[in-house]
Structure formats: structure tokens, C-alpha cells
Write a protein that binds this ligand. Structure first.
Ligand code: UD1
Length: 354
């Protein structure tokens, strides 16, 4: 069986790590990796392949950044030739980025079968590009690999139950494995933060938070006013938008660092007193590692994390201080995201439905 994975953005490399490993453990699988080039900075791409021991991509479309239409269109144009050459049994797409949608559309148009990993997540917020990408992908794909029961329910409600298999969450496979490998090591934090004393970790990259200067300023002011030092691992979009709006990210509690390698992020979150983020993956990693999270959004796709206040949605930046300093919940964190074997189950499902 030939599987062709299409990836392009940072969280997809983490998911690919789990799938590439599970595929390599079976001798009946040929795995072709296509990188669209959506993320291209070394810190956003290459380090993930190196640290997570992912085989180098077989193809790189090198599309780079652009408006949604231009970026997605460039990927579509590049994919035809790749799919013609490889004619996979399955085109496997991941998550909800523009690379996901482009991989799906190009394969569907060529009558090639598509499987969607991390199917069925919904924010029900039609302003998010990710919501368009995941809804369109789920409805076009032939096999829906859902991470949770909630995702299965969403798919069933949209008439897609017959194509759905619940596998567990592949990011959990990687998170648990990497957390074990960095246990006991000191996380590298931006200068000025003592890793032995309490600190918080933050990432912010969504357009809703970065592209409105007043909102971004309010978020940064709230973070700077915290009474624990905060490591802000800054996505290139955050740096660019803050600079354009004349907002200084560093100051007060905030210490700015580059986007970090995955093991370093997991190490930092594992030891942190709190996480502040608008990332989907990081909310879930905080949950898995038992670090309370404040999510700067009005909704989340990973609704299970909200249980027992392990994750709290914060829409008004003025509520951030109270959320970040809330005590660590004592209640349990049920294992909603699987047992760390989701990738192997996904490969089994592909083989069964080939
Ligand atoms: C994309 C995904 C988002 C995911 C995120 C993870 C879409 C619609 N969004 O958002 O779901 O959570 O990846 O990071 O696909 N840039 C660089 N270097 C890079 C990549 C980007 O400088 O290597 C800058 C460029 O200015 C670019 C901007 O970041 O325009 C945004 O990048 P883009 O890939 O369009 O979206 P993300 O915000 O990263």
C-alpha cells in the first residue's frame, strides 16, 4: 500500500512524526512525504524533521507565504504532477491548514482516495480559515480518522458517520513519547527566566489576536503585567504584526524567545506553572502534561480540555491575569485523547479500507 502524506505547517510535522514512525514499522507500506513549503523557516520546519526523526520530504513544493487564495492555489498547481507521478492508494492529509485543503482538493479531482487525519474537529466559528479547511476536507475525503468521540459526533451530525473511524489523537502519541524523553532535563527558556522558579509559557499566532493592533496591545499589556515571568515563543506573524503596530513585545514579565523545537516546547510546558496560548495543539499538550492553560479565544475544538478548568477560554484580555494565576486544578484529567497508539490504528484503518 502506498500512502502519500501532504504536510506544510508546523503542527502537521508533529502529526507526521507519529504516522511516519507507524508506517515504517510495517513492511507492506510505502510512504511518500510531500511538503508544500507553507512553513519554510528552519525553526518552523527543518528542526521538526530533525528532532522528531522524520524522513526528509520526497517532494517540496516550496510555495511559501501569501494570501489564502494565492497560497492554496500555488499548492494545487504543484500537486497535480506529484500525484500523477506517485498514484498513491491513499493521499493522507492532516489537520486544518491551507496545505490540508490543497492536498484534499488535488487528490479528489484526480479520483484518488483521500483520508483525513484529525477529522471532525469543529470550532463552529466561520471566521477561522481552519474551520473552512476542516469542514471542506471532511466532506471531500473518503476516510475520516477522528481523534475523539466528540469528533465522531460532529461527523455523524453532518451525515459522515459511515466514513468515520475513531483512532485517538496522534499528537498525543508524540507528546507522551517526547515528554518521557525530556523528563528531568532543564528546559531552555529565554534569557532572564530561571527554569527552577515558577514561570509561564505563551504562544500567540492567530490572525484574530495578532492582526488587530488594539487587541494585540491589550493582550501584551496583560501578559507584561503578570507576576510570574513568562516565556513568549514568538511566531513570525506575531513579530511582524507587533513591529508594524509599534508594539514592544518584551517588557515586564514577558521575555521573548524564537519559536522553539518541539522537545524544548514540551520540556518548557512540563515544568511551567501555566500556559497561555491560542494554538490548538498547545492547549492539548498542556492538558496531557497537567499544566493549567488559558486560551485566548472564544471557543476551542478540543472541548475536553475545558473540563475541571484545566483549560479556560479567555476572550477579554483583561481577564487574563485572573485566569493565568488561578490555582492548579486538583480534579482528574480523563484520557480523552487516546493511549498513545493512534498512529498505528490510523495505518491499520488505511490498510483495511484500501
Ligand atoms: C498556519 C495555519 C494554522 C496553524 C499554524 C501553525 C492556515 C490557514 N493556518 O498558520 O492553522 O495553526 O500554521 O503555525 O493554514 N511565516 C514566516 N516563516 C514561516 C512561515 C510563516 O515568516 O516559515 C510568516 C509569514 O509572514 C506568513 C505568516 O507567518 O505570511 C503566516 O504564515 P501562514 O503559513 O500563512 O499561516 P500561520 O499563521 O503560520
Amino acid at each position: 500500500m502506498k500512502i502519500l502524506s501532504v504536510v506544510g505547517a508546523r503542527p502537521q510535522f508533529v502529526k507526521l512524526a507519529a504516522l511516519a514512525d507507524a508506517a515504517a514499522r510495517r513492511d507492506d507500506i510505502e510512504h511518500v512525504i510531500v511538503h508544500t513549503g507553507q512553513h519554510y523557516d528552519a525553526a518552523m520546519s527543518d528542526v521538526f524533521f530533525a528532532d522528531l526523526r522524520i524522513p526528509a520530504p520526497d517532494v517540496n513544493l516550496a510555495v511559501g507565504s501569501g494570501s489564502h487564495g494565492r497560497q492554496t492555489g500555488a499548492m494545487l498547481a504543484g500537486m497535480d504532477e506529484v500525484l500523477e507521478e506517485h498514484r498513491p492508494d491513499w493521499t493522507l492529509v492532516y489537520g486544518d491548514t491551507n496545505s490540508t485543503l490543497a492536498g484534499t482538493l488535488s487528490a479528489v479531482k484526480m479520483h484518488l482516495k483521500v483520508a483525513h487525519l484529525e477529522a471532525g474537529l469543529r470550532s463552529f466559528n466561520r471566521r477561522m480559515p481552519e474551520e473552512h479547511n476542516r469542514v471542506l476536507t471532511d466532506h471531500a475525503a473518503d476516510l475520516l480518522l477522528a481523534p475523539t468521540e466528540v469528533a465522531r459526533e460532529h461527523l455523524a451530525a453532518e451525515g459522515l458517520a459511515a466514513r468515520t473511524v475513531v483512532t485517538g489523537d496522534v499528537m498525543t502519541d508524540v507528546c507522551l513519547r517526547v515528554a518521557e524523553s525530556v523528563r528531568g532535563t532543564t528546559p531552555p527558556l529565554p534569557a532572564g527566566i530561571d527554569p527552577e522558579a515558577p514561570y509561564a509559557v505563551a504562544t500567540i499566532h492567530r490572525a484574530d489576536n495578532t492582526d488587530d493592533p488594539a487587541r494585540l496591545a491589550a493582550i501584551i499589556t496583560a501578559l507584561q503585567g503578570l507576576d510570574v515571568p513568562l516565556a513568549l515563543f514568538a511566531h513570525p506573524r506575531l513579530i511582524a504584526r507587533a513591529r508594524a503596530a509599534g508594539i514592544e513585545l518584551a517588557g515586564g514579565a514577558v521575555h521573548v524567545g524564537e519559536p522553539v523545537a518541539y522537545p524544548d516546547l514540551i520540556g518548557a510546558v512540563q515544568h511551567a506553572a501555566a500556559v497561555v496560548t491560542d494554538s490548538g495543539g498547545l492547549q492539548k499538550e498542556a492538558y496531557l502534561l497537567g499544566t493549567p492553560c488559558s486560551t485566548i479565544r472564544s471557543e476551542t475544538e478540543w472541548v475536553e480540555t475545558l473540563e475541571n478548568d484545566w483549560n479556560r477560554l479567555v476572550t477579554d484580555p483583561r481577564e487574563l491575569t485572573g485566569a493565568v494565576t488561578r490555582p492548579r486544578p486538583e480534579a482528574a484529567r480523563p484520557p480523552y485523547y487516546g493511549d498513545g497508539r493512534a498512529a498505528a490504528r490510523s495505518i491499520d484503518a488505511l490498510a483495511e479500507h484500501a
